[in-house]
Design a protein around this ligand. Structure first.
Ligand SMILES: Nc1ncnc2c1ncn2[C@@H]1O[C@H](COP(=O)(O)OP(=O)(O)OP(=O)(O)O)[C@@H](O)[C@H]1O
Ligand SMILES: [Mg+2]
Length: 349
């Protein structure tokens, strides 16, 4: 507490970030002014792991991923906010991912499209307070984008790429569609992914960038995408560097209907229970067919939510499906016909 003599009025200080000893603290200060005197009170709070309203739904408090460290304010906007909860039926995916990061710094998520791999990565980052550096390996990502390059003439202005920034400042690097990564990129990344690894910037006078102590990594991939162009089995050296592999699947598939998934749909859209069940049944059957190679796409819970929203808005289920999951599945008239028949059969029962 400190006392100061200043002008009158009621003042309210701004937040400031201070880093001290073992635990980082956030200092809130506010002052009360009366006549010629002013009292300023500084309250030091220990850093909260997360402000997410979902924090207490998961048992993760013992896994602090950056004890005593606050990421520079410059990167605060990279820490996700308002990520919706992740629903599962007892697999404890959130806990398992955070535990893997805590012990091994990195883990791999495998599952078909739409099972929530990207969603859960953002949720994990929000719950643990990590800035996210995201790289989609399926796009034509070059090693310049990942590592960095000089801009303009000469060797004056170097800009770090995503991976170099992540190494320097820490946070969570998310390599999406990692099995679509180009070989030259994988070769550069391999030494970095040894958990204590570093990167040598051969393009920049061999500068060595060490891996920040709080630099974590999640890679994700789709096991079924091998049927599609551009994918190949994950590079073996890369595979060896991942200690924990977590498999994702749809909550409802084929005959298996998850009541949690129905509840989630109802909660998000306020649709009635009977319609909710029918929508999930259609989704589950489409997912079964997708996994058997008979459909090119399977709806995620997010896609089914869109369908339900239009029904809730007053559209009949078949018309609402035309604009959402029928069109989404394929451009092919035959495939659209198959999906339409499945929906009609389910809704006429
Ligand atoms: N278990 C779940 N709980 C809540 N929402 C979920 C869950 N699974 C998927 N979703 C929702 O489904 C949609 C698709 O999820 P997401 O994009 O994360 O899938 P993905 O596994 O990353 O797919 P892809 O392999 O195509 O990138 C999102 O709207 C996400 O919020
Ligand atoms: Mg994704």
């Amino acid at each position: 507490m400190k006392q100061e003599e200043k002008a009158s009025g009621f003042g309210y200080g701004t937040d400031s970030i201070k880093q001290t000893g073992k635990h980082a603290t956030k200092t809130d200060s506010f002052s009360l002014k009366k006549g010629n005197s002013k009292i300023t009170v500084d309250i030091s709070k220990r850093r909260e792991m997360s402000e997410s309203p979902h924090y207490n739904k998961y048992t993760i408090s013992k896994y602090d991923l950056h004890p005593g460290y606050l990421f520079p304010e410059l990167f605060e906007h990279l820490i996700p906010t308002s990520t919706p909860e992740y629903v599962d039926s007892g697999q404890r995916y959130v806990e398992r991912i955070i535990r893997a990061l805590y012990y091994f710094k990195q883990c791999a998520l495998i599952g078909p499209s739409g099972t929530g791999k990207t969603h859960i990565t953002y949720l994990v980052a929000e719950l643990t307070g990590l800035p996210v550096w995201e790289v989609n390996c399926g796009l034509q990502t070059s090693s310049y984008d990942l590592i960095g390059r000089f801009i303009g003439l000469g060797k004056e202005n170097w800009i770090d790429g995503q991976v170099t920034s992540w190494l320097r400042f820490g946070g969570l690097l998310y390599l999406d569609e990692a099995n679509m990564m180009k070989q030259d990129v994988a070769t550069r990344l391999n030494p970095v992914l040894d958990t204590r690894g570093h990167l040598v910037l051969t393009e920049k006078d061999n500068e060595i960038v060490a891996r920040h102590p709080y630099a974590y990594l999640i890679i994700s991939m789709n096991p079924f995408s091998s049927e599609f162009a551009g994918t190949k089995p994950l590079n073996a050296a890369f595979r060896r560097r991942m200690s924990v592999w977590i498999n994702f699947d749809y909550e409802s598939v084929g005959e298996k209907i998850s009541s949690q998934e129905v509840e989630l749909l109802i909660k998000r859209t306020k649709i009635d229970e009977d319609t909710g069940y029918k929508i999930i049944r259609v989704g589950a059957e489409m997912r079964r067919q997708y996994k058997a190679g008979d459909l090119p796409y399977a709806p995620s819970i997010g896609d089914l939510v869109h369908w339900a929203i239009l029904i809730k808005d007053g559209s009949d289920p078949i018309t609402a499906a035309e604009e959402t999951i029928v069109a989404l599945t394929s451009d092919s008239v035959e495939i659209q016909g198959d999906v339409r028949r499945l929906i009609e059969a389910t809704f006429s029962s």
